[in-house]
Design a protein around this ligand. Structure first.
Ligand code: GLC
Length: 766
């Protein structure tokens, strides 16, 4: 096998904003994207420079200086030192601290078409990220492959899974850096798992060594930069944040209506019902089974009348069947993937023999998007994209299959993302000013712009529940905030205890969807005995109470890319304990809440509370952080803590997000020694009007030195659905019996008091 290592510089030139360095083996191009982001692309053949992930252009200007041995780029926030011979790339902070270097021996190299970058491994270096990857929070000592795969029955060690996010954050010596390897071929990451403990490496089967280096000095700033580069989510429809009930499959409209009715009868809040594959006629996409779903419109109207939204599944495989609309259209327009000679590729999935739309083409995406009328006309508002790795029985799609100008191995990892893009763009158009909800199983970096993801076919046991939380937290690092796991486990049957526990964690899962495989026990909240139903109901009620807080957390994701579920490594990066496998599943849910997942067989748990003060949400008990505490964890009370000084807006229980509720926003403030700010956000929850300023946003400041809580004037033109604000003080001096609201005394009853939701500044003195 021909092996080449990037060698000596032969020529240096600058063309506009790109620095070009030629060696005998290849050509390196360097762009600055922002003061903290530099792109390096090293290529032997100058592949067309397309990216599915990146939505930004490089800065217009690039300056460098040259010495005999080096080139130096200094953005003011990040330094790139380029050694000319051999050509090596070394990154430093603005004040000269070493962030990351090429391995001096091997740097970038090729073995056949395979391209690899070996980098120096620091003794204390940790790695986080890579999205939907099993294993520990700290990925040091592990290696991974990116090759989107259908993996039913995966276990907590399986790799690869369904999604590819080739972005990680490295941590050493108190420094942080990020690296995004934008290459859709099968790719490899080795975080010090090889026998050479001086290097880590990443590479791909082919394509360019094309990476973006992030030099910001905090994990959250790196996530902001990464999501600036690859995009951020839009505001999700509010209904998608409520409780979602799914099953493979509810077999008829009547069955779904029955389940929906039962939620209302039992007064268990819920917003979403799903149709899995059996709603279709012989699994033909964009059709309805005429016997079991005879009148989709009246069925969906009935759901709507009960305040439910419907999500239907769509798979990419189009059944080979002359006379079937999508088949005929696709064939006549040549919309399907082919072999090089034009023969249409056939793979078997649920409908039997299928063709696969070439989502890499604009015209195909447009056609696909327009086909959703079959679903949107009767009233579907959510679109679940499955089997889009793409999956076919037998899994291995021949490497000769072509999508557009690409062969399957070049773009497999982006196929699901392109399907989600087609679905999102098409349904957005069809729904007018309404936000579609799109959910996809396969994904690539940037998918957050189009869709939510879930973690695929998990299993009904405790280790899988904990794994699911790590996957959610890890996906958050790579820009995916709206993420779900199948609550209860897709395959197998959970014990009632596991079901209860998993639902209590579901409250704090960004997307709260209960789903199960055919043949398993029904999973709805009332299937587990009255006592358990009561506990699950209370948990789901808690989700609904928290919706004002959760929605504001999504606004943060929309604005900054910071995920709703945050591994503690984001905010407490330099605290070794957060990487301890014992505590690694813990996470912050929004700014204020710390959640500790607990197995269903344990009723007390060691929880690590980072520095600061914390209150247990359920009891108000106060804890000093910076240490582990052992706390009771009965099935009725998952350990959730509130950070001192934080603000959590809540509301009363409603049965669905369509309900107006009592019009009172509960502003919970937990006393702390330090001042703190919070941004509350609200809009209509369903349209795009917020993009034109129709929102209600206000900052809330807690100041324990001045003894004030201030609600700044409202920004935006939306009228809040809450006409009153109920202040709820936690952990404040018990002797405080009155506060002043804009100078006027207000009596507190057990630490609470209510005032009008005035859009102007509201100053509370305590
Ligand atoms: C796949 C999906 C699963 C779905 C099933 C049937 O296994 O991952 O969620 O229920 O297909 O459509």
């Amino acid at each position: 096998m021909q092996t080449e290592i990037l060698g000596n510089t032969e020529n240096i030139s600058k063309q506009g904003n790109v620095l070009i360095i030629k060696t005998k083996e290849a050509e390196a191009r360097i762009w600055i994207y922002s003061p903290t982001i530099i792109r390096v692309n090293i290529s032997r053949q100058h592949n067309a420079d397309t990216s599915f992930a990146v939505i930004q252009n490089p800065a217009k200007k690039l300056d460098y200086t040259e010495t005999a041995k080096q080139l130096l780029i200094n953005t003011g926030a990040l330094k790139l030192e380029i050694n000319k011979s051999p050509l090596r790339f070394n990154f430093y902070t603005a004040d000269g601290k070493e962030l990351s270097q090429d391995d001096a021996r091997f740097g970038v190299n090729w073995q056949g078409t395979r391209v690899i970058n070996y980098r120096k491994l620091y003794k204390d270096e940790k790695f986080i990220g890579l999205g939907e990857k099993t294993g520990d929070l700290n990925r040091r000592g592990s290696s991974y492959v990116n090759w989107n795969s259908d993996v039913p029955d995966h276990n907590p060690k399986s790799d690869p899974l369904y999604e590819t996010f080739p972005f990680f954050v490295g941590l050493h010596g108190g420094l942080t850096y990020g690296l995004f390897f934008d290459n859709t071929h099968k790719s490899y990451f080795d975080f010090g798992a090889s026998t050479d403990d001086t290097m880590s490496w990443f590479g791909a089967d082919a394509g360019d060594m094309n990476y973006y280096f992030f030099g910001a000095q905090s994990v959250s700033q790196i996530i902001e930069d990464y999501t600036w580069l690859t995009g951020r989510m839009e505001m999700p429809p509010l209904w998608s944040l409520g409780y979602q009930q799914c099953r493979w499959s509810y077999m008829s409209a009547a069955e779904i209506l029955d389940i929906a009715e039962n939620f209302r009868k039992e007064k268990i809040p819920a917003d979403v019902m799903y149709c899995d594959i059996d709603y279709m006629d012989q699994y033909k996409i964009f059709t309805w089974n005429k016997e079991t779903f005879p009148n989709p419109k009246s069925f969906i109207d009935k759901l709507k009348a009960m305040n439910f939204h419907l999500v239907t599944i769509v798979d990419p495989g189009i059944k080979v069947e002359p006379g079937y609309k999508q088949y005929d259209e696709g064939v006549s327009k040549n919309y399907f993937a082919t072999y090089p000679d034009g023969e249409k590729y056939i793979g078997s999935v649920w409908p039997g023999r299928c063709h696969f739309p070439d989502f890499f083409r604009y015209d195909v995406r447009k056609w696909w998007g327009a086909s959703f009328t079959a679903l949107t006309e009767p009233g579907v508002e959510g679109f679940w994209n499955d089997m889009n790795e793409p999956a076919a029985w037998g899994q291995d799609i021949p490497w000769m299959v072509k999508f557009g100008n690409y062969y399957m191995p070049e773009v497999r990892n982006a196929y699901g993302m392109q399907m989600a893009k087609a679905t999102y763009e098409g349904t957005k158009k069809l729904l007018g000013n309404k936000r579609p909800f799109v959910l996809t199983r396969a994904a690539y970096s940037g998918t957050q712009r189009y869709s939510a993801v879930w973690t695929g076919d998990n299993s009904a046991y405790d280790a899988h529940m904990l794994l699911g939380q790590r996957l959610v937290n890890s996906l958050g690092i790579t820009g995916m905030s709206l993420v779900g796991v199948d609550i209860g486990g897709f395959s197998g049957d959970p014990t009632p205890e596991l079901m209860v526990r998993w639902n209590s964690l579901g409250v704090y899962t960004p997307m709260f969807r209960n789903h199960a495989m055919q043949g398993t026990k029904y999973r709805e909240p009332w299937r587990w005995g009255k006592e358990n139903e009561t506990i699950i109901k209370k948990d789901i009620e808690q989700r609904y109470k928290l919706l004002p807080y959760i929605y504001s957390a999504y606004y943060q994701s929309h604005q900054t890319g910071i995920p709703v579920s945050r591994t503690l490594a984001i905010n407490y990066t330099n605290d070794e304990n957060v990487f301890d496998v014992k505590y690694q599943n813990q996470f912050l849910f929004g700014d204020a809440l710390l959640v500790a997942p607990v197995e269903s067989t344990r009723f007390a748990e060691d929880v690590y509370l980072p520095a600061g003060e914390w209150y247990r949400l359920s009891t108000g008990e106060k804890f000093e952080g910076g240490k582990a505490v052992n706390v009771p964890a009965p099935l009725t009370d998952l350990p959730v803590f509130v950070k001192a000084g934080t603000i959590v807006p809540m509301q009363d229980v409603i049965q669905s997000t369509n309900e107006k509720g009592d019009g009172i926003l509960e502003l919970n403030v937990w006393y702390g020694k330090n001042a703190n700010s919070y941004v509350y956000y609200e809009d209509d929850g369903s349209s795009y009007d917020y993009q034109k300023g129709t929102y209600y946003k206000r900052s809330v400041h807690f100041d324990p030195l001045k003894n004030t809580i201030s609600l700044l004037a409202v920004e935006g033109s939306f009228a809040s659905k809450y006409t009153q604000i109920k202040l709820v003080l936690h952990g404040f001096d018990q002797k405080i019996k009155t506060v002043k609201v804009n100078g006027k005394a207000m009596k507190l009853a057990e630490g609470t008091g209510t005032f009008n939701n005035d859009n102007k500044t509201i100053k509370i003195e305590f």
